[in-house]
Design a protein around this ligand. Structure first.
Ligand code: GLC
Length: 714
């Protein structure tokens, strides 16, 4: 008889329901504890899982309670939101997507897992895989951006990075793909609002990243808070049961979001906690996070015949199996048994600096304003994010150490040791006090360049942080326009550095600044990363993973739209357009400048007649005509112009990178399988249709900048 069989045979109902419950410990690092102090429950074996705690001391103390005090000694599963680093913070996920580098995504997850496991943790509630095309939604910051194919590549990389091939390793974390599914298109971009999308959009856009996570072996999945077309995801039997468990064969643990089972009552699909618990268990949710619905509701649901003991046993077995896979039974104290050496942490910060620099997207650089001359005499740095290390951590800095984040000012002082640097906040991030603007503007005089450090606070994106006006908050636009006016009168170049968890609507700034950098929130080494790019030590290579709207009215805006029967035609009034703004974004998906200047030529696609089993080989020659070495990212798209359903104008199928010295040319070779060109037919079943397909290659999702060739599918 296996260990799990033996335990199952001994467990009381209360002990079983304890294994299906996750709550905060008395060490919770986040707000009020809904379920109260859980230490007694741990000691009496009626609580099996904890969240929101860090540190070997507290985690091992709770573990000892479970292992030594409780009747069966089942070890605890302890999880935390390790979203973009643990104590050492990397760029927020949306920023990290700008690297377009799955190896880097895996590496930062590996480093975060190592650091979190050293703190006694065995699970992270990550990767977040919610495709988003709406910058009003604050959680855009946490996700993969606007494209499902890219989201799938992120899923694979993060599951590998967090879990490795052996969950029992002392530095492995169980990953949790979230939030299943289609949380990104919340109504009007408003957090937690209802989601109403077509089955086609669900299957073409929002499910693929989760398919990839399951295929990569993700240990757990978290349903979204939201309802999908009227059915709350926490109770969505078709998608949690038939699709995830049935079609995809997912055998891992389904863990509810925070109190989400209890919230089925507010959704209006459960009259009380008993019905809520029954709905969730019947849908296949194994662990109840923070609602205490399973412990309180399932005994009554059993009596009422709403659920069966067999269902409870199935969920308990999944949880015990995950704990066994993590090696928790063999050594509950393995994670956190050895402190990390200082040089290991130092090396991790070096990685954070490198990844930070690569996450920066240079949106504009007129007149080669950047990089700044190394011997530049005087820099004037203005804005509320200038001398603000803690803000650099971004959303979900759970165990991050804000006092150790490198501010822009500190990074500049280290990066430009011989430069005189004057600075002023000018205004706060979001209050309406404009009294500091005049003094700040006066600092511009005599400067060789002006840096604006402007944007959002770290908590203006992330969870519960939707914005109806995703622009510069507070008085920052007034400050910026005053500085721009002064700079123009003095003939001083202005470099605007934007800090945000989303694309901001800033057409006026894009027009007036000489250079514009999207610095998102870069984490612990933000200031150094920014200085490395400004000084030219690192050539910016980031590419935006989301379209930047010209106007909020364009939202949702993304490159993979369908053509419409009346596509925009400037010579025809009755075509798809706005009266007051162009259709295209201010900056399209994939846009990002470097210190090089790249040209594309000689696209070759072979074979030009393709059967489903064939591989399609693509190559393009890229030349750097700029004066500096730089890295380029080249994207591979397809377009299916005639099919049984209207197909997107562009579909992302791959990307490649190349480093080129000034004047150097090189060839980027990409490939895709013809079978990847299947799509969901009218009945949403996969089809492969003969006909012409365009293969397009270029620097971003702007068709005017792409080289194309046509192949025939047979
Ligand atoms: C939060 C989030 C989820 C997170 C969980 C635990 O409300 O929705 O992403 O993992 O609760 O903190």
């Amino acid at each position: 008889m296996s260990r799990i069989d033996k335990l199952m045979a001994q467990m009381t109902l209360e002990e079983k329901l304890g294994q299906l419950t996750m709550t905060a410990s008395s060490y919770a690092v986040t707000g009020p504890i809904i379920a109260g102090d859980s230490t007694d429950s741990i000691a009496d074996g009626t609580l099996g899982n904890l969240l929101n705690m860090v540190g070997t001391g507290p985690t091992h103390e709770m573990q000892r309670l479970a292992v030594d005090k409780s009747r069966l000694g089942i070890p605890l599963l302890i999880g935390l939101d390790v979203i973009h680093g643990h104590r050492t913070l990397f760029p927020i996920p949306l920023a990290e997507m700008a690297l377009f580098d799955p190896r880097a995504w895996e590496l930062t997850a590996r480093e975060a897992a190592t650091e979190a496991a050293a703190d006694g943790l065995a699970m992270t509630f990550n990767p977040m895989l919610d495709v988003s095309r709406d910058p009003r939604w604050g959680r855009t910051a946490e996700g993969p951006g606007e494209d499902p194919w890219l989201g799938a590549r992120l899923a694979e990389a993060k599951v590998r990075g967090f879990q490795t091939a052996d969950l029992a390793r002392p530095d492995a974390l169980a990953a949790c793909a979230k939030h299943f599914c289609a949380y990104g298109p919340v109504m009007a971009g408003r957090e937690y609002a209802s989601v109403d999308i077509s089955e086609r959009t669900l299957h073409e856009v929002h499910l693929p990243p989760f398919e990839a996570a399951v295929a990569a072996g993700v240990a757990s999945i978290m349903p979204a808070f939201t309802d999908l077309n009227g059915i709350p995801m926490t109770a969505h039997t078709e998608l949690l049961g038939d699709y995830l468990r049935g079609k995809l064969g997912f055998e891992g643990v389904l863990i509810s979001d925070y109190n989400a089972i209890g919230e089925l009552i507010r959704h209006g699909v459960a009259a009380d906690l008993v019905e809520a618990a029954a709905l969730a268990l019947n849908a296949g949710v194994d662990i109840d996070m923070m609602a205490d619905a399973y412990r309180k509701g399932l005994p009554i649901a059993l009596e009422r015949g709403l659920v069966s003991m067999a269902q409870i046993d199935t969920s308990v077995r999944r949880v015990l199996r995950l704990k066994e896979q993590l090696g928790l039974f063999d050594d509950p104290y393995l994670r956190g048994s050895a402190a990390e050496a200082p040089e290991v942490v130092a090396q991790r910060r070096t990685l954070a600096r490198e990844v930070g620099a690569r996450a920066i997207v240079m949106l504009k650089n007129d007149g080669d304003t950047l990089p700044l001359a190394p011997g530049i005499g005087k820099l004037c740095v203005i804005g509320p994010l200038t001398d603000n290390g803690p803000e650099m951590g971004g959303c979900w800095g759970a165990a991050g150490e804000p006092d150790k984040h490198v501010s822009v000012l500190s990074g500049l002082r280290q990066g430009f040791p011989g430069t005189e640097i004057v600075h002023a906040a000018g205004t706060a991030i979001r209050d309406d006090d404009a009294s500091g603007i005049t003094a700040a503007v006066a600092l511009c005089d005599g400067a060789d360049a002006i840096l604006l450090c402007i944007g959002e606070a770290h908590n203006m994106s992330g969870e519960a942080a939707s914005r109806a006006y995703p622009e510069l908050p507070g008085q920052q636009r007034a400050l910026t326009e005053a500085v721009l006016a002064r700079a123009q009168s003095l003939g001083i170049p202005v470099i605007a550095i934007l800090f945000s968890g989303r694309p901001l609507v800033i057409p006026w700034l894009a027009e007036k600044a000489d250079a514009l950098l999207a610095a998102w929130f870069l984490g612990s080494e933000a200031g150094n990363a920014i200085a490395d790019v400004l000084s030219g030590k690192v050539s910016p290579s980031g590419r935006t993973p989301m379209s930047w709207p010209r106007a909020l009215g364009q939202v949702p805006i993304f490159f993979g739209q369908r053509p419409s029967g009346r596509p925009m035609n400037p010579d025809d009034f009755f075509t798809s357009k706005y009266l007051d703004v162009a259709n295209d974004p201010l900056y399209c998906f994939g846009h990002g400048l470097s210190y090089g200047r790249f040209a594309y030529a000689d696209l070759r696609v072979t074979p030009d007649r393709v059967s489903p089993a064939d591989a399609i080989h693509v190559q393009v020659t890229i030349t750097n005509s700029g004066a500096r070495a730089a890295q380029d990212t080249v994207f591979l798209f397809t377009r299916d112009p005639v099919a049984s359903v209207a197909r997107p104008l562009l579909e992302l199928r791959g990307f490649g990178k190349i480093d080129l010295a000034p004047g150097e040319s090189g060839v980027v070779a990409l490939s895709l399988l013809a079978s990847d060109l299947k799509f969901l037919g009218r009945n949403l079943a996969p089809v492969f249709e003969a006909g012409d397909v365009e293969i397009l290659v270029g620097p971003c999702a702007d068709r005017a900048q792409l080289l194309s060739a046509v192949i025939k599918l047979r």
